[in-house]
Design a protein around this ligand. Structure first.
Ligand code: GRF
Length: 221
């Protein structure tokens, strides 16, 4: 397959509702955005995100992780769908499967994820409840390159919110989600532009690069 576009060919992998996917699709609807979304793939047939992607005019399909052959066969099917479309970048957006080192290494530095906490704090699930239980005053979200250890990898962007006295996991999570929708497109913009270097765990934007996502702080209290 050949393309005349210089925009990076990008896939979004989802498992559920797809609000981060929607934020990425909205950003990439601008022809000047350096990534274009070529396909959305869910590991769960019927995931609501698939219908939303189709409605936005994006190819959407399911690669069911419960298909024959176990985890390796699932990742091979996924990899084949991505390569068939000459995908260059992958955004995990609420993709609830742990990927094996085989897949992660094949897509090293081209695979990014969003996590609803300020990594390296609160890897894993139930991040908002855990941040509240620990008495955090600041909480947030992280976009990072994926490495084979779960929720680790060079940080591309982070956004923070102040924790309120009366927050519940739901109210805190809602404010963090709004931050996610802001930082994920910024992070993808930087990665797709190519104007950065990865030095161990640090992502350094090129000098003069205007799309540096840096950190986003949402005031409140
Ligand atoms: C987000 O909070 C994301 O950070 C986490 O899963 C959630 C997915 O939400 N990995 P959505 O499907 O993007 O709405």
């Amino acid at each position: 397959m050949t393309t005349t576009s210089s925009r990076r060919r990008t896939a979004i992998l989802v498992s559920g509702r797809g609000s981060n996917m929607t934020a990425l699709l909205a950003a990439a609807a601008d022809p000047a955005f350096p990534a274009r979304i070529d396909v959305v793939i869910a590991n769960v047939p019927g995931a609501p995100a698939l219908e939303k992607a189709t409605a936005a005019g994006i190819e959407a399909l399911a690669v069911d992780h419960r298909g024959p052959g176990g985890r390796k066969a699932f990742e091979e099917r996924l990899d084949a769908e991505l390569r068939a479309r000459d995908i260059e970048l992958i955004c995990l957006a609420g993709f609830m499967r742990i990927l094996t080192p085989w897949f992660v290494d094949r897509w090293k530095d081209r695979l990014i994820n969003i996590h609803p906490a300020l990594l390296p704090a609160f890897k894993g699930l139930d991040t908002h409840a855990r941040a509240l239980a620990e008495g955090c005053r600041i909480h947030g979200a992280t976009v990072h390159f994926v490495r084979s250890e779960m929720d680790t990898g060079p940080v591309i962007a982070q956004g923070a919110v102040a924790v309120r006295q009366d927050d519940t996991p739901e109210t805190l999570g809602a404010r963090v989600l709004a931050v996610e929708h802001a930082i994920y497109p910024q992070a993808l913009r930087l990665v797709a532009s190519g104007a950065y270097e990865i030095n161990d765990m640090r992502v350094c934007a090129s000098e003069g690069e205007s799309t540096t996502p840096a950190a986003l702080i949402v005031p409140g209290g």
